[in-house]
Design a protein around this ligand. Structure first.
Ligand code: BTN
Length: 329
């Protein structure tokens, strides 16, 4: 019922009388009032005026499913949205839903995570209402060895969508950290259920620090706001990410990952850099020269030998190791 009321109020720039609402919705005026009160409690500013009725003034800065889905132009991503005020981790919930058969594109979002998970066993600090914390269920028709490419694709889609919607120039650090002014503002975590030759499903988690102030971030991490000075509507960025991600995902499924890898190279700050990396438990130095067709980093070692790194992290020569910001807490 609240969905219908919001739709009606949204469609009218003027007041809508309680009588019109009650007639159109087939409920009593008292029931209209009760629903309006509940919507106000959720943060909608709805003006009520005697003899004129109700008028929608402001939509809350929340990632409510009805707001995500309003004018969302995707076909799969975000067609089902599960929303939480607070949750341990959207990864756990999305994985559970996917195991129970949730359709591709099912999106889990939370305003706050109490145990946000990062890569390599790290935490993802997720303060309430400041960032985008989301996990998406994917069911690509591919083998488990190809799944890493989906993470690279996500990084490209995320980076480009953020650049377009927030008007910034974010870059990618191998494998899939999104940086602004060299500081980490977003990360991607992919979890998979698969057998030897087929992926059952992937859960792709995205954490993006949007309006997070410095004091709520781990040292060295940043947000769109700390770097640009602007406040953003998270909803606009989230929708842009869903749209771009779905387009890229569909295109890659149809035509392969060549185009995505090309765009990844253009956005990369890692390629051409002198880096430190861990090789069989030992830290070495080298130069990041390229990524291969599977997204593995090709490194030229000091001895001139080329090696491939499939997973883990690399750090710029001279830097200290990374967390949400890219260093270990
Ligand atoms: C990284 O370490 O760079 C990956 C961070 C991924 C964080 C996101 S926030 C939404 C989703 N839920 C989680 O618990 N983690 C991912």
């Amino acid at each position: 019922m609240q969905e219908k009321i919001i739709t009606l109020l949204r469609s009218s720039s003027d007041f809508l009388s309680g009588e019109v609402l009650s007639r159109q919705l087939g409920i009593s005026r008292a029931a209209v009032w009760k629903n309006i009160s509940e919507l106000r409690r959720q943060g909608y500013h709805i003006e009520a005026m005697t003899r004129r009725g109700y008028r929608l003034l402001l939509i809350p800065e929340r990632l409510f499913p009805r707001e995500i889905q309003f004018q969302l132009s995707t076909q799969i991503f975000g067609r089902r949205v599960i929303y939480f005020e607070t949750l341990e981790s959207t990864m756990r919930e999305a994985f559970r839903l996917a195991s129970d058969g949730a359709v591709e594109g099912t999106l889990v979002v939370a305003e706050h995570q109490s145990k946000g998970k990062g890569r390599l066993g790290r935490d993802w600090v997720s303060p309430k209402g400041q960032g985008i914390y989301m996990s998406l269920v994917l069911r690509p028709d591919m083998g488990p060895n190809d799944a890493a490419k989906i993470t690279l694709l996500t990084a490209v889609s995320l980076c480009e969508a953020v650049n377009a919607s927030a008007k910034v120039k974010a870059t990618i650090k191998w494998p899939n950290d999104v940086l602004l002014n060299g500081k980490k503002i977003a990360g991607i975590l992919t979890e998979m259920s698969a057998d030897m030759d087929r992926v059952h499903f992937l859960v792709v988690g995205i954490g993006l620090n949007v309006n997070t102030p410095l004091r709520q971030l781990p040292s060295q991490a940043a947000s769109l706001r700390t770097e640009s000075g602007n406040l953003y509507r998270r909803m606009d960025i989230l929708k842009a990410v869903l749209k771009q991600f779905e387009n890229d995902y569909k295109t890659a499924q149809a035509n392969g990952f060549k185009d995505v890898l090309c765009r990844w190279r253009k956005l990369s700050v890692t390629l051409g850099q002198k880096i430190q990396f861990e090789n069989a438990g030992v830290w070495e130095q080298g130069e990041a020269v390229d990524i291969d067709d599977n997204g593995a980093l090709i490194i030229k070692t000091m001895s001139g030998k080329k090696i491939k790194k499939i997973s883990g992290d690399v750090i710029a020569a001279g830097d200290r190791p990374l967390s949400q910001s890219g260093s270990k807490h």
